[in-house]
Unconditional design. Structure first.
Lengths: 315, 287
């Protein structure tokens, strides 16, 4: 079973890697977006799915990664790779500085504190002169969508391997223990503060890499687009739709929802956002543990699965 | 000195409005244990409702306020009865997510229905103001402040002295015991959520008279309401009033001394600071 699954994953990855060879430009561009969103959902999975801290502010890391690349390349004339490292460094420093106080908060408080952070970042960055203030920065163009596609795919594979590693490492078990019962985890000898901050930083570092790739691909960024709060909406919905706390759920969710929203927005503009909202409402009511759980349970209980979810938490 | 006094006046007037915005959020949070992330979007809907009443029917926003509140109460009641009661006992994350989804839906529906243009409700007295020596008190803001204070105190008295208010407080304290005394939780939850949304609608009317509205104001307003509830605690509407005033004054002072773009930064900075220092609220015993 595991060998079969491994083979399947390798085949899917190989097909995705070969896609630029036969896909059109439109497909490749859609692919870059979908892959980067999958990376975001997967990195959110580390802090939200495995650690149980629903961050509504991961877009901050995305923006920091974007600005890391942009500042390094435009203001300091450094190569792209150095910019990526700079972006990750910014994200990790941010995660440690703010993670220590913010991760002491639980539940609603953590969610809203991170949402607050996401909302102030664009206002702060628009006053920083090295970041181009309100006007933003224009990066040197590199018209090579295939390269960006493969970079995004590599990043998604790295992110997924990271999550896979969580499922069978001491660190990952520590995070799951924190999610299930934080006091219990502390009693069992998990250094909860360190683990949570490390998970936050890991999630942030991967998100920042995605932001860096996106910035170089789009070649322009300003505070509002870099720290776009609706990115939080997308990454959380994709992770939750696919199945938070599973290895492939968030990737699946990102691919499925990206495809549907792309088809919808080609028919009717602006309806994609509405679609995401409806999906999240329906998903919370009907399948709160995501598609991954539906696939597992559906064989056993059939359509009753949805009815049981409906009844589970009602008053 | 006059400038400082003027800014303080503006801050206090703004703070009263903030208080009535946050009141519904705090009530729903305290009783249902749902942090309604769509609260700001309901304020936005209330503002649009008042705008339409004024623009097409000529109803003054202050007179249209009760009507808006009643309509929004019905919306809230049905939403809780039909949808949110399904998840009210689910883990916190699920209720956060579903209201988050509602926020997205409402924002996009508003964008489709009302377009993304900025709107303002401009009654003929909008530009009028009362002069107090060198200081100026804008009339519309003063009226909004007055209504806000009346509403806040009204909710406080309602919770303390009416049968329904007692039932709501009892449910907040202990659902099982409240049930034993004959409280029907499905109905009571829906009524409470309806009151919360009705207050959001009322706040929207007031907001529309003093500020610009567009479909995207919801998320920022929700975060501000949350900040106010955190500062004031969930126990008591009067705490929310204090929280609103504190936030209004802080924002006005920040805009004066640091810069206009930092107004929101200040309020979220206060939010994060308060959360870190005192997660149960500056005034609240529990949250």
């Amino acid at each position: 079973m595991t060998a079969l699954r491994l083979g399947f994953v390798i085949v899917v990855a190989a097909v995705l890697a070969a896609l630029p060879l036969f896909g059109s430009d439109v497909i490749i561009q859609f692919g870059i977006n979908a892959l980067l969103l999958a990376v975001l959902a997967q990195s959110w999975n580390i802090i939200g799915g495995y650690t149980g801290y629903a961050s509504f502010g991961n877009s901050v890391f995305y923006g920091l990664g974007s600005y890391g690349v942009a500042i390094a390349m435009v203001q300091w004339n450094l190569p792209f790779a150095v910019g990526m490292i700079f972006g990750v460094a910014l994200a990790v420093v941010f995660a440690f500085l703010l993670g220590v106080p913010v991760l002491r908060l639980k539940g609603h408080y953590f969610a809203i504190a991170t949402l607050g952070l996401a909302q102030v970042m664009s206002a702060i960055v628009s006053n920083v002169s090295v970041a181009g203030q309100n006007i933003g920065l224009v990066l040197p163009p590199l018209n090579n969508d295939r390269l960006f596609y493969e970079l995004s795919l590599v990043l998604l594979i790295v992110a997924t391997l990271t999550v896979f590693w969580l499922t069978r490492s001491r660190f990952g078990f520590g995070l799951i223990a924190i999610r299930e019962n934080e006091e219990g985890a502390a009693v069992m000898g998990v250094n909860t503060t360190l683990y949570k901050v490390l998970a936050f930083a890991l999630s942030g570092a991967i998100t920042a890499l995605a932001g860096g790739i996106h910035a170089y691909w789009i070649t322009f960024l300003d505070p509002d687009s870099a720290f776009d709060i609706s990115l939080n909406v997308k990454m959380i919905i994709m992770a939750v739709f696919g199945g938070p706390g599973t290895v492939f759920g968030p990737v699946l969710g990102a691919f499925v929802l990206s495809a549907i929203s792309e088809i919808l927005s080609s028919k009717v503009t602006n309806v994609a956002g509405l679609f995401f909202g409806v999906v999240v409402v329906a998903a919370v009511v009907l399948m709160p543990r995501g598609v991954a759980d539906v696939v597992r349970q559906f064989r056993k209980s059939g359509w009753r699965y949805f009815a049981e979810n409906l009844k589970a938490h009602r008053i | 000195m006059d400038l400082l006094a003027q800014v303080l006046i503006n801050g206090v007037l703004l703070g009263g409005l903030y208080a009535v915005m946050a009141l519904g959020l705090a009530l729903v949070w305290g009783v249902l244990n749902i942090v309604n992330l769509a609260h700001g979007a309901f304020i936005m809907l209330g503002a649009y409702l008042a705008w339409h009443l004024y623009t097409y029917l000529g109803i003054d926003p202050f007179l249209g306020l009760p009507l808006t509140a009643i309509v929004m109460f019905c919306v809230g009641y049905m939403l809780q009865r039909g949808l949110l009661n399904l998840v009210v006992r689910a883990p916190m994350f699920n209720t956060l997510l579903i209201t988050f989804g509602l926020e997205v839906v409402l924002t996009y529906l508003a964008q489709l229905a009302f377009s993304a243009d900025f709107r303002t409700i401009n009654p003929p007295y909008a530009g009028n103001s009362i002069a107090l020596g060198p200081l100026v008190v804008p009339l519309a803001r003063l009226m909004a402040f007055g209504v806000a204070v009346v509403l806040t105190v009204g909710v406080w008295l309602f919770l303390l002295h009416t049968k329904l208010g007692r039932a709501i407080r009892a449910t907040a304290q202990n659902l099982v015991a409240a049930r034993l005394y004959g409280v029907e939780p499905r109905h009571l939850y829906a009524v409470t959520f309806g009151i919360g949304i009705g207050l959001a609608g009322a706040a929207g009317c007031l907001y529309g008279t003093v500020s610009q509205i567009n479909p995207y104001i919801g998320a920022t307003l929700t975060a501000k309401c949350f900040a106010i509830s955190i500062i004031g605690g969930l126990d008591n509407p009067l705490g929310v009033l204090v929280g609103g005033l504190v936030l209004g004054v802080i924002e006005s002072l920040t805009v004066l001394y640091i810069g206009a773009t930092f107004g929101d930064v200040a309020s979220f900075g206060v939010l994060v600071l308060v959360l870190i220092v005192r997660p149960s609220g500056l005034l609240g015993k529990t949250a």
